[in-house]
Design a protein around this ligand. Structure first.
Ligand code: AMP
Length: 484
């Protein structure tokens, strides 16, 4: 995406509106801090020498961010020192940010991350590393085996100020707390440890809604989930002006100075002459695809998001996020569409099944998020599966081949930030996809002429049918190739 220096002013402006909105509902947030898990990703250069990096990495490295933090801007008043955010090693960064968040726990009034997936990953990291974290809290140290970067160590040691055995005892008690007598329960760990916290600030609309149960588990069901903004790499869009509403009622109000917004009515995709609608002309209840013309140079660019007009603030339309067009799988910031999945699967099948005289009859996919990190699951029905069983590595090599065929954001999630786990193929019995079609036709009233295998499934009867017919499960044996 092209971007220009002045875009950072626009982004900073949008960020500066968030705390005033929040303070209307939860006053005095400026009196405390936010424990946010924020990370940078790797950078590269375009052939012409321009830096290329994710939009948030640009922001965290910008003078705008540094200035806001130096000025104690309430939005950026985080428990994490900037050095811990800018640390390239996700593991060190996560550990350091958690350690600071624990030590400053009384000051924490809000917790969050950009997307729900990142927040869950951080809390899971806490669950896996609490003994080392408590030890560091007790001794006022930073474990040198985990955090090796001297700049980060210095920044964290400034927050620690000294040994704190009282806090360490408290944390150990909470982390060990035995609800079930068989295993420690982490339900409600956030309000237990960060007892002044008023809300969890994470995006749980769109693809991220799959993480709501997990966040509610850690939040104990008592903390509101706040989706404060709607943004993209192309440009930032708008804010949620009613942040304490339920996730399924979230409406985003577009800020008209962010870009020039136009809307493509979704039921007109098939018409020859496509008429774009201006922001002032959108109609309540109608769905539109968002089209932006940005200051940085995108002209009438289709973002790929479908929005529905859900209401108005004065005369400003407010939108529900309906979906991202064509995306079938998403675990973190990856978005895999149907065409890309099809290409990667076909290529893997040609590479690994065809030489053994086998072929792929049908497939579908599922985003498995019950473990952290989540991973892609493909259900494969293979013709001549006997040949495959004789060569046990064939399917796992196919997993890797599919991963190699997916986009760079997916592979970056696998390799750089470990936010996505190894891809899994579950081989299903022969006849499974016929049974699914029968189910669709007889139980769901699908037309047999127009029936198409769903390329992605969610939890429900079809998912259960697939799982009950799994004959073997295989995981990608190695990380796919990825270079910044
Ligand atoms: P990226 O450019 O990778 O940051 O992704 C931007 C995309 O993430 C948007 O176009 C949306 O599809 C999705 N997204 C961003 N913010 C939200 C939100 N608040 N709710 C739902 N989806 C979102």
């Amino acid at each position: 995406m092209p971007t220009i220096d002045e875009e950072l002013d626009r982004k900073s402006h949008l960020y500066s509106l968030i705390m005033p909105v929040m303070n209307q509902f939860l006053p005095n947030l400026q009196n405390g801090k936010g424990m946010y898990f924020l990370f940078v990703k790797s950078e590269s250069k375009t052939p012409s020498g321009l830096p290329a990096r994710p939009v948030l990495t640009s922001y965290y490295k910008s003078r705008h961010f540094a200035r806001a933090r130096a000025a104690n801007d309430p939005y950026t008043n985080y428990t994490s020192p900037t050095e811990t955010i800018l640390c390239n090693d996700t593991h060190q960064s996560m550990y350091s940010q958690l350690l600071c968040g624990l030590v400053l726990r009384h000051e924490v009034l809000r917790v969050g991350a950009v997307f729900a997936s990142g927040f869950i990953r951080a809390i899971k990291f806490f669950e896996n590393n609490w003994t080392s974290l408590c030890k560091d809290v007790r001794n006022g140290t930073v474990d040198h085996r985990i955090v090796t970067d001297p700049v980060v160590r210095l920044a964290v040691s400034r927050v620690l100020v000294g040994p704190n055995p009282g806090l360490a005892d408290f944390l150990e008690r909470e982390c060990r707390r035995d609800d079930t007598s068989s295993s420690p329960s982490w339900r409600g760990i956030i309000p237990r440890v960060w007892s002044n916290c008023k809300y969890i600030d994470v995006i749980v609309t769109g693809a991220m809604s799959q993480y709501i149960p997990a966040i509610d588990h850690y939040g104990g069901g008592s903390l509101p989930l706040v989706c404060s903004m709607y943004a993209s790499s192309e440009c930032y869009f708008g804010l949620n002006l009613n942040p304490l509403c339920n996730p399924d009622e979230v409406l985003y109000t577009l800020v008209p100075t962010m870009a020039y917004f136009e809307f493509l009515p979704v039921d007109r995709f098939v018409e020859k002459e496509i008429k774009l609608v201006d922001l002032v002309d959108v109609k309540l209840g109608q769905e539109y695809e968002l089209v932006v013309t940005t200051y940085a140079g995108l002209y009438r660019y289709r973002v790929g998001d479908v929005l529905r007009v859900g209401g108005f603030k004065n005369k400003a339309p407010q939108f529900t996020f309906v979906c991202r067009k064509n995306v079938v799988l998403s675990i973190d910031s990856d978005k895999t569409d149907e065409v890309e999945l099809q290409t990667a699967v076909t290529r893997a099948a040609v590479q690994h099944l065809a030489p053994l005289g086998a072929s792929l009859v049908e497939y579908t996919s599922y985003a498995e998020t019950s473990n952290v990190p989540g991973h892609y699951v493909l259900f494969w029905e293979i013709d001549n599966g006997v040949m495959i069983e004789r060569s046990s590595s064939t399917v796992s090599e196919s997993c890797l081949a599919v991963e190699e065929g997916l986009n760079s954001v997916y592979r970056q999630g696998r390799v750089w930030d470990s936010s996505i786990g190894p891809l899994e193929i579950r081989v299903v019995e022969s006849g499974t996809f016929d049974a699914i079609m029968d189910h669709a036709v007889t139980e769901l009233g699908a037309s047999i002429n127009q029936y198409k295998t769903p390329r992605c499934v969610k939890r429900g009867p079809i998912f259960e049918m697939l799982n009950s017919r799994v004959v073997s499960s295989h995981f990608s044996p190695r990380l796919p190739k990825w270079a910044p």
